[in-house]
Design a protein around this ligand. Structure first.
Ligand code: ADP
Ligand code: ZN
Length: 601
């Protein structure tokens, strides 16, 4: 984990380098101005001045005792006979002035002439000050130039090369995936052995999975296990406003890789460059060039060259088919969300080095966090440690962990927000509605907590226990989920006879589920088992005909209407329970699962 942090630091350091130079120059400039102002300002402060013509007159009269001048400066200090204080004078022509004093002295009119060397500090500051505009301009130019990536070496966008210390042991779960990667590790360790045998190792592996599932981690672990350099770049870094820049970055990336081979090249978010090619605007043709360059590079590998390209994406279906051809990314590994056992193992890894109280059971946390990614689990334990520190606990308690889970899932508790009584009542009925409706549905009735304390953007929330990992969800369960989601809106309607904007997220989620049920899982009675993926193919719906599109829309509407009606019916039949729960919520703001059970008994 420290490794990861170091990587990020390194990356930041590189990017900050240019800022640093700019800041240093700026500081020097400011210091220069300050010194200049300080030293010359002091002289100006003294208004005890004598005009040049007056000075010449005084010299003629023999009234001057001493003249003190600084070489290279036009200012002079003069002391008049019989006067204590010295006067300042500006001498336009120092050469002539010095000659004048020398003649006067020769004539017997004794004037003491002191010629001092200039103060080094002043001369430096003056030089700096005069060069300042030029320096600033040059620096500014370089910084802009580099940041645009136009500089010949393009350091800012240079691919990261690191020695990864991450090993397979640092990657929890994912046993099959790690096993599949073993041959790549062996190949990188001893490519000759494989080449002599004539064995072909995949050159490109596509890692598919949601953000935070550990794709980068496993790629680093391969490099770490094989003890080879890890060169990484994100797809979005290739996309630039200057045409051709993306392609040249790809070229440089592989030039670098060839120098340090054997090595791992990791391209994150490859969909940013590798999306399906469609003819069209500028940005897309830029993508084309970048993508083409990537294909050229991958095709150009010699059999001798030991570069393995790993790429990560969450949307493999969006990728250009050319990328998936043999010799390119011809192997795909899907990294799924961790199951219960996987979550426990991830928690174990991230619990290392943290102090826990006796009541914390990693197994229970794993049970409560179905659907969480590895990154979220790591985040929860870190948040819990922060909460425990702030609360001055001796060790991380179970409450701290539960707080952290809520913080990561629903957002931070916002105690500062002032809620009007009207809003409070609305939220109480809305959440009570979700809870009561859910309690009457077999698949939704395991409620963990109901709350009207605002968190993140939500005004309140109803949390469910998620104890088992499911690989399949039934149609009944999805229908019940829709009813529970619309329970909030239904309660507003049934109890307060008005509806609010508070249900917008519920409705959004419900609509998505209904759409998926019909177009992804083929669960509609009318349309049957069919899959329509307009993201994959925008013309799919058109191919099936306009009428078909209309039918999908009608099905979604029927599904949502039915669910909403069902929710209202449940509430109408349980008005007393709804009132009781809403009332209790207004008083206590949070209801635990036990309290909820006893309220609705
Ligand atoms: P991705 O590249 O898939 O978006 P990352 O590899 O960047 O995800 O994972 C982010 C962080 O989540 C990792 O640095 C690690 O701390 C944690 N993590 C994710 N999956 C695992 C895992 N299987 N084992 C241990 N830590 C994990
Ligand atoms: Zn709601």
């Amino acid at each position: 984990m420290n490794e990861q942090k170091n990587d990020k630091k390194e990356q930041n350091n590189k990017k900050n380098w240019y800022y640093l130079v700019a800041i240093i120059i700026l500081v020097i400039a400011v210091a220069g101005i300050a010194i200049w102002y300080f030293t010359t300002g002091k002289q100006k402060e003294n208004d005890n001045e004598i005009a040049y013509t007056e000075l010449i007159k005084k010299i003629d009269e023999g009234a001057i005792e001493k003249v003190e001048m600084t070489v290279g400066s036009t200012s002079a200090k003069v002391k008049l006979r019989g006067e204590e204080e010295e006067k300042n004078a500006i001498v336009p022509n120092t050469q002539a002035f010095v000659e004048l004093i020398q003649t006067k002295t020769l004539e017997g009119n004794n004037i003491e002439l002191i010629q001092k060397k200039q103060n080094v500090l002043i001369s430096i500051s003056q030089t700096l000050f005069s060069l300042l505009p030029t320096i600033m301009l040059v620096v500014l130019f370089i910084v802009i130039f580099k940041m645009q990536g136009l500089g010949d070496k393009g350091k800012v966008y240079d691919a990261e090369t690191t020695k990864s210390k991450i090993k397979f042991d640092d990657v929890a779960g994912l046993e099959e995936e790690k096993n599949e990667m073993l041959e790549i590790v062996d190949f990188l360790k001893d490519p000759k052995k494989f080449n002599e045998m004539g064995a072909k190792i995949p050159r490109g592996v596509l890692l598919c999975g949601k953000p935070g599932t550990g794709k980068t981690l496993i790629a680093k672990a391969i490099a770490g296990e094989a003890k080879v350099p890890f060169i990484s770049m994100s797809g979005s870094e290739f996309i630039e406003m200057f045409a051709g820049l993306g392609a040249s970055r790809v070229r440089k990336l592989f030039e670098k890789a060839k120098k340090v081979a054997p090595c791992i090249v990791f391209i994150d978010e490859i969909d940013a460059i590798g999306s399906r090619r469609t003819s069209g605007n500028g940005a897309e043709s830029e993508n084309n060039q970048t993508l083409n360059q990537l294909l050229v590079e991958m095709d150009g590998f010699d059999t001798e060259e030991t570069i393995i390209v790993l790429a990560a994406t969450n949307r493999p279906e969006m990728l250009d088919k050319a990328l998936l051809r043999p010799g390119r990314f011809d192997r795909q590994i899907t990294i799924a969300l961790p199951d219960m056992k996987g979550r426990e193992e991830i928690l174990k890894i991230h619990a290392k080095g943290k102090k826990f109280a006796e009541d914390v059971k990693l197994k229970d946390i794993a049970g409560d966090t179905a659907g969480f990614t590895g990154a979220e689990l790591a985040n929860i334990l870190n948040e819990a440690a922060i909460i425990a520190t702030i609360k001055d606990h001796e060790a991380i308690t179970n409450d701290d962990v539960e707080d952290a889970v809520k913080k990561v899932t629903v957002g931070l508790e916002r105690q500062s927000r002032v809620i009007s009584d009207k809003d409070k009542k609305l939220t109480a009925y809305h959440e009570a509605g979700h809870a009561i409706v859910s309690s009457q549905l077999e698949s939704q009735k395991d409620i963990k907590e109901v709350s009207i304390i605002p968190r993140g953007i939500a005004g309140g929330y109803t949390m469910y226990k998620t104890n088992e990992d499911k690989y399949y969800i039934s149609k009944t369960e999805m229908e019940e989920k829709l009813i529970a989601l619309l329970g909030g809106r239904a309660a507003e309607k049934v109890a307060l006879n008005d509806i609010s904007t508070g249900a917008s997220n519920d409705i959004e989620v419900a609509t998505q589920i209904a759409k998926d049920m019909i177009t992804k899982y083929g669960m509609s009675d009318n349309l049957g088992p069919i899959s329509i993926n307009t993201e994959k193919d925008p013309y799919e719906l058109q191919l099936l005909g306009d009428k078909f599109g209309d039918a999908v829309g009608a099905e979604v509407k029927i599904m949502l209407d039915n669910a909403y009606l069902k929710a209202q019916t449940i509430l109408a039949n349980n008005m007393d329970k709804l009132n009781k729960v809403a009332q209790t919520l207004m008083e206590k703001e949070v209801i635990s699962s036990e309290e909820f059970e006893s309220l609705i008994k």
